[in-house]
Design a protein around this ligand. Sequence first.
Ligand code: NAD
Ligand code: WQD
Length: 332
Amino acid sequence: MNILLTGGMGYIGSHVAVVLLQAGHRVVLYDNLCNSGIGVLARLEQITGKTPVFIQADVRATKTLADVLKDHAVEAVLHFAGLKAVGESVKKPLDYYANNVEGTVSLLEAMLDAGTRTLIFSGSATVYGDPHYLPLDEAHPLSATNPYGRSKLHIEEMLRDLSVADPLWRVVCLRYFNPAGAHESGLIGERPMGVPNNLMPYIARVAAGELKELSVFGNDYPTPDGTGVRDYIHVMDLAEGHAAALAWLVRHPGWHAINLGTGQGYSVLDMVAAFTKASSRAVPYRIAPRRAGDVAACYADPGKALRELGWQARRGLLEMCGSAWKFQNLGA
Ligand code: NAD
Ligand code: WQD
């Protein structure tokens, strides 16, 4: 298939590109590089031996995007492009609505213009808000607690409206839990600009000695060791989930939401222990106050993905930490 990945040079998109290129698809990466670097392209070639097409442009450039979709006879779009920092979204909400919501409207208009109606959207478990029950299945009520989450929720609703209005659309919102780790080569991975907000990249930089210590945000949650519990999913498992969703979508018109998680929750201290083991480095930490907006525990019911897509996560915590450590030393 001819597949376009908006935001395809970023953390998740680049790993999905590897899986799609290796499966023989023709891949177009469409990215404005606001949170990624051109170096990713050479790394993708090194890993796959194939050269994806790269277009540096913004998803809000509707005409450019429509032309690219037509020029490359694109049959399906995977939409990763967007901003994703929760804290920043509170300070700059308009940036989030402009990039995420407006960006998606622009993409949908370009797709309509080009006659492409197959879309996989990067959703997030953040749309479940504060869990009413665990594990989180797709029927759990949706809510948002910050502008980033609200932008994801708006986009899901918009996509559902569009599918109701025009039954030719095939749309799946994949709700990611906590993506972690890197490609096994260590050549691509997560490279946040500045001090990381997320746990895994922060731990990696503490292990490397670039940051002094990890602040563990709260140890008085109602969890086994008191620290926050999350469903960390290896980015390569996540990438394979996209390939499975793409094959499935061809046979399933309409709007769908599917969790991509492992179903297994790990605490912050579990992650520190796993990273220490995988890297053979110390990860000094101190207990700090809770971070505003954090929930105690969040993990998926991954049953729908298995039933519908025939997909489930295969890689464990040590592979996540080992590959993240390799990327920290080789790729970052
Ligand atoms: P990322 O920042 O590494 O990748 C996003 C890419 O999109 C970057 O390469 C960036 O340059 C590009 N981009 C941003 N705005 C753009 C625009 N207006 N036009 C063109 N390109 C643009 O982020 P990621 O971790 O790979 O996340 C990908 C998607 O998955 C995002 O939509 C994010 O919200 C979603 N998601 C991520 C996580 C996570 O923890 N990483 C969890 C759930 C959902
Ligand atoms: C994980 C755990 C923290 C950093 C966020 C977004 C979510 C999704 C994924 C996009 C929590 C603890 C963290 C640190 C810590 N993104 N922690 N010290 O908050 O589950 O999810 O990323 O959709 O929307 O909210 O991920 O990696 O920030 O935190 O103790 O320096 O690690 O309190 O328990 P989170 P995270």
